[in-house]
Write a protein that binds this ligand. Structure first.
Ligand code: MOS
Length: 731
């Protein structure tokens, strides 16, 4: 087929759903008006580990409006079929109200259903539960490690020992919670044996699969609807217990049930970025050529599931070296199960590796960018295949120039501005280009408009807009005549909306569906004696503004509308799909960045203020530059949070999270956000996927924390190897 002119892709368009969002017309999960819905409020366990010995629901049931109190005492056995189709990690998932065990502080142990929210809330406070409690184990540094994942090439321990220069550094990173603006919420309704849920989720298909497994239903008997998601960062990647609670409560009361987690409950049952203790030993020669690295890390998981994330890849492929050994141990604790959070795994690994590279550069007296260039690999040394695209050198060059890196004095504490010590730092970021099978459907109406559908989600990156851009160009329509629909399990199946895979995966399926649809229209025209395109070769026809014409001869053609009407066709429809090639990969796929930060540190108070951040991205083709900027700047804000503020604190005496709210869990506010700038290297990655994208949502956050930590060192001469970097640590 002749390549379609690209008008929408690459244009800095505003969100097509922006108006709906700012006028409140976009409906989030709890806002759907479901007739006859009653309210459910979860009762959380008051202990960190043990057994429930009694539940006294009399006072709650006596409260006006309370309909039911449901707990393990009155819940029938639920099927809980095994399910590998919805991001459940290995282990035995938490089974809602199936026994008397308490596995972590704040576990759902009962639910109160009432006719009003207030009655349900008050009812929940009246449920009296007694426990037989045991001492929970929640301290990563004091617990026994469980499973481990390892990797080795060469003999890294010997090589580090024999290296001309070696470093032995231990880093700690805090537990982080996603804290999206919109809390998790579910409305569940049963119609006979069929279940419909309106749910905050990043994966309608995953939630559908899990609810079918839990309740023993056919997939087709469960429908999940989620047209708008008010932020996610990964918390919506699993179907958490509260979704099952809502569906169970609806089944037991025979009423539609609405359940909204409180801000506190957002910390109790919906996952988090696990904390790590990460020891890195590096060996290099005197010129800064790395010879070896030994990575040993412990990370939190729950006692009942073994959660792991991609924390190993960066250490295997980011820099060239013959010897690498890695051991990644998960430590089972009496906590709920972690989940991926923006830039999962790579974010943590990058903080450690990039901080250590800065230490090595300082030790050797080599510029940090120069050190990285000296260790650029010519291929992926773990997989033994070339990189599809890897343009880190350009990221460094462009970034150094735009940021004014030459103004950095490598000697710490050499720049001052009044009370403030000024420093500059940089780091590299890398994230996997994830692609997964996806499907889409496109339909062209006789009036010349089109509707494209895929299950997907849009947690904020602007999926409605970017997919419509792809569809508009492939169909030769304007943005106004294309509608993209998502967030419904009835639409063609898509992978999780996370891991930066949506544009590559869903976008490629949308492209395929629209290409097939356009082709149908073209064939209809060239085989129609009444069409001005009759007899033209299909490859010579392009479509622009809803009009098919001969390439190079715009006068010869007709509109979709005319073509379909004359042929008595109400519509044309096509299905499309995408799947990454199977078998061993012939290339190694990653997105990269160089991130630069300038900070000011109060010399007496230890306060850190970020002054500037610049990110330069090698992320393949940029479909939607304005949305890309929203992703990049948002990622930098997330990075500032991780670097300086975010820290979920557990009281190890009873396993309680002490700052389970948005006042004590610190996140950046406007005053914390300085001048942020994003630059994208032009180009595309044709090996990765038909759209040429490498994924952007994760890589923009990775590199920010180490760039800030390295800038803090340049400002103060102090190495802080623990996130977040606090004023206390700098005093
Ligand atoms: Mo994210 S961890 O890509 O939702």
């Amino acid at each position: 087929m002749s390549p379609q002119p690209q008008a929408a892709v690459g244009a800095p368009l505003s969100r097509v759903d922006g108006r709906l969002k700012v006028t409140g017309e976009a409906l989030y999960s709890a806002e759907h008006d479901v007739d006859g819905a009653v309210h459910a409020v979860i009762v959380d366990s008051g202990i960190g580990r043990g057994r429930i010995t009694s539940i006294d629901a009399r006072a709650a049931l006596a409260h006006p409006g309370v309909l039911r109190v449901i707990s393990h005492r009155n819940t029938p056995e639920l099927p809980y079929r095994d399910n590998s189709g919805s991001n459940n990690p290995p282990g035995r998932r938490l089974r809602v109200f199936q026994d008397d065990r308490v596995l972590f502080h704040g576990q759902p142990v009962a639910v109160v259903v009432a006719t009003t929210l207030e009655a349900a809330q008050h009812g929940a406070s009246l449920v009296k539960i007694r426990y037989d409690d045991e001492q929970p184990s929640t301290d990563l540094t004091k617990a026994e490690p469980g499973e481990s994942t390892t990797y080795a090439r060469g003999d890294a321990d010997a090589a580090v020992r024999d290296a001309a220069v070696s470093l032995d550094l231990t880093y700690r990173t805090a537990r982080n919670h996603h804290n999206p603006m919109e809390p998790h919420a579910t409305i569940a309704r049963w119609d006979g044996g069929r279940l419909t849920v309106w749910d905050k989720t990043q994966w309608v298909v995953g939630t559908q699969t899990e609810l079918a497994a839990v309740f023993g239903l056919e997939m087709g008997a469960v429908r999940v609807i989620s047209p708008f998601v008010g932020g996610g960062f990964g918390t919506g990647l699993r179907c958490w217990p509260h979704v099952v609670v809502a569906a169970l409560a609806a089944r037991e009361t025979q009423r539609p049930v609405k359940l909204v987690l409180s801000r506190k409950q957002m910390y109790l049952g919906t996952g988090f970025r696990p904390s790590y203790e990460y020891r890195l030993r590096l060996g290099s020669d005197r010129r800064g050529r790395l010879t070896a690295a030994v990575h040993e890390m412990d990370a939190e998981t729950s006692s009942y599931e073994q959660f792991t994330e991609g924390v190993l890849a960066a250490g295997q492929m980011l820099y060239s070296m013959p010897h690498v050994r890695q051991a990644y141990r998960t430590v089972p604790l009496d906590v709920n199960t972690p989940i991926w959070m923006r830039g999962p795994g790579f974010q943590t690994a990058s903080f450690v590796i990039e901080s250590a590279m800065d230490e090595l550069a300082h030790e050797l007296g080599v510029d940090p960018i120069e050190l990285r260039i000296r260790n650029e690999p010519s291929e992926d040394e773990a997989k033994g295949v070339p990189f599809s695209t890897r343009r880190l050198r350009e990221c460094f060059t462009v970034g150094a120039r735009e940021f004014g890196w030459h103004r950095r004095n490598p000697r710490p504490r050499s720049r001052r501005d009044g009370d403030w010590l000024i420093g500059m730092g940089m780091a590299t970021g890398v994230y996997d280009t994830v692609r997964a099978p996806a499907q889409a459907r496109a339909r062209l109406e006789a009036d010349g408009t089109a509707v494209v559908e895929a299950a997907s989600s849009d947690m904020g990156p602007g999926t409605y807009t970017s997919q419509a851009q792809v569809a508009a160009d492939a169909l030769g329509l304007t943005m106004r005549t294309v509608t993209f629909r998502l967030g419904d399990s009835r639409y063609p199946a898509t992978p999780p909306h996370g891991g930066s895979m949506t544009m590559a995966s869903v976008g490629s399926a949308v492209l395929d569906a629209c290409d097939r649809l356009r082709r149908q229209a073209v064939i209809l025209a060239i085989e129609d004696e009444e069409s001005p395109l009759f007899g033209v070769a299909a490859d010579d026809v392009v479509v622009r503004g809803g009009r098919l014409h001969v390439q190079g001869d715009p006068a010869r053609g007709e509109t979709y509308q005319r073509l379909l009407t004359r042929n008595n066709r109400s519509h044309l429809e096509a299905e499309g799909s995408f799947a990454p090639p199977s078998g061993p990969e012939r290339h190694s796929f990653y997105a990269y960045n160089a991130t630069f930060a300038e900070v000011a540190v109060d010399a007496t108070l230890g306060l850190v203020r970020v002054r500037r951040i610049l990110g330069v991205y090698d992320a393949g083709r940029i479909i939607s530059p304005k949305l890309a900027d929203s992703q990049a700047l948002g990622g930098m804000v997330g990075g500032i949070g991780t670097a300086l503020l975010e820290h979920t604190v557990t009281d190890h005496r009873d396993g309680r999270i002490v700052n389970a709210n948005l006042a004590d869990y610190l996140v950046p506010v406007n005053a914390d956000i300085p001048d942020l700038k994003a630059i994208y290297l032009d180009g595309e990655d044709r090996e990765a996927d038909p759209l040429g994208v490498k994924g952007l949502g994760e890589v923009v956050m990775i590199g920010v924390a180490p760039a800030i930590a390295n800038a803090v060192f340049n400002a103060t001469g102090r190495r802080i190897r623990e996130l977040p970097i606090t004023a206390e640590a700098l005093l």
